[in-house]
Design a protein around this ligand. Structure first.
Ligand SMILES: [Fe+2]
Ligand SMILES: [Fe+2]
Length: 271
């Protein structure tokens, strides 16, 4: 099975796994990177679980064959991302301590909703918001990164992710004739809720940069080597991603996120 898995998703062993030596980096920064890549692995695992749930819903609503089949493929992509990110954490000293409830990887769905409404909601949460937001953010980390292994891992993830968000908008094209105004408004609320859960990623950033160092005392070169953007870059990229990759494409399907919510989550002044 391991051989077939590799054959379907090749190029992993060829990545420069031996090139990341944490010895040359400040131990505290390595510790943060270890936690950050562990969290990344957990997030990829949750995304795999969400694609698995979405696949069952797409089957139940008789969605187009290509969407259902690709959804299964995307679940497998996410498991590859789990492997890549956890291998990076391992090279940095081993996965950080992290308590995970494997039976609660995705938000519970409302049992009073119809299957179609639950499928719409899962698509908006996972693809139209989560994946559409994360693609430009990961691409930003890839541009920031200067280490060959981190670049190899991020470029593989970015390449796979490009299609994951698009599935959501292709689904909306298919389901569009079945959506009434109330359902579009409900889905706008779902999108806002999902963005609220992501917002601490950029709203809690406090680090500043001065003379080549962050306010925590880390050299910018080391921060970039480990695959992070600087705080101000991350914040600007997040604001742009919310507006351009989530809010605008959803509006094309009549799913309008209120201006006040957009301004709160991605203030225009910071762009
Ligand atoms: Fe992923
Ligand atoms: Fe993804």
């Amino acid at each position: 099975m391991a051989h077939h898995y590799r054959r379907l998703r090749p190029g992993v062993e060829e990545m420069p796994w031996g090139s990341l030596d944490p010895a040359g980096l400040p131990p505290k920064l390595v510790e943060r990177a270890r936690l950050s890549w562990t969290e990344a692995a957990y997030n990829e695992y949750c995304t795999a679980a969400a694609f698995a749930e979405l696949m069952a819903l797409l089957l139940a609503v008789n969605a187009p064959i290509n969407l259902v089949a690709l959804c299964g493929d995307f679940m497998a992509d996410e498991m590859l991302h789990v492997e890549l990110t956890s291998r990076l954490a391992t090279l940095l000293g081993g996965g950080a301590t992290y308590r995970v409830d494997f039976e609660r990887l995705t938000p519970p769905s409302d049992p009073t909703l119809s299957t179609l409404a639950r499928c719409n909601e899962a698509v908006v949460r996972l693809c139209c918001v989560g994946e559409s937001f994360s693609l430009p953010m990961l691409a930003g980390c890839l541009r920031s990164s200067t280490h060959p292994l981190v670049q190899a891992v991020l470029s593989r993830i970015v390449k796979d992710e490009a299609l994951h968000g698009r599935l959501g908008f292709e689904y909306l094209e298919w389901v569009d004739p079945l959506l009434d105004d109330a359902e579009r408004d409900r889905l706008a609320g779902v999108a806002v809720d999902t963005l609220e859960t992501l917002a601490p990623l950029w709203q809690r950033l406090r680090s500043e940069v001065q003379d080549g160092f962050t306010s925590e005392g880390y050299a910018i070169a080391d921060v970039r080597r480990l695959g992070w953007m600087l705080s101000h870059e991350y914040r600007a990229a997040a604001h742009a991603a919310v507006r351009e990759d989530v809010v605008a494409p959803l509006a094309e399907f009549g799913i309008h996120i209120p201006d006040a919510a957009v301004e709160r989550l991605a203030p225009a002044a910071h762009r």
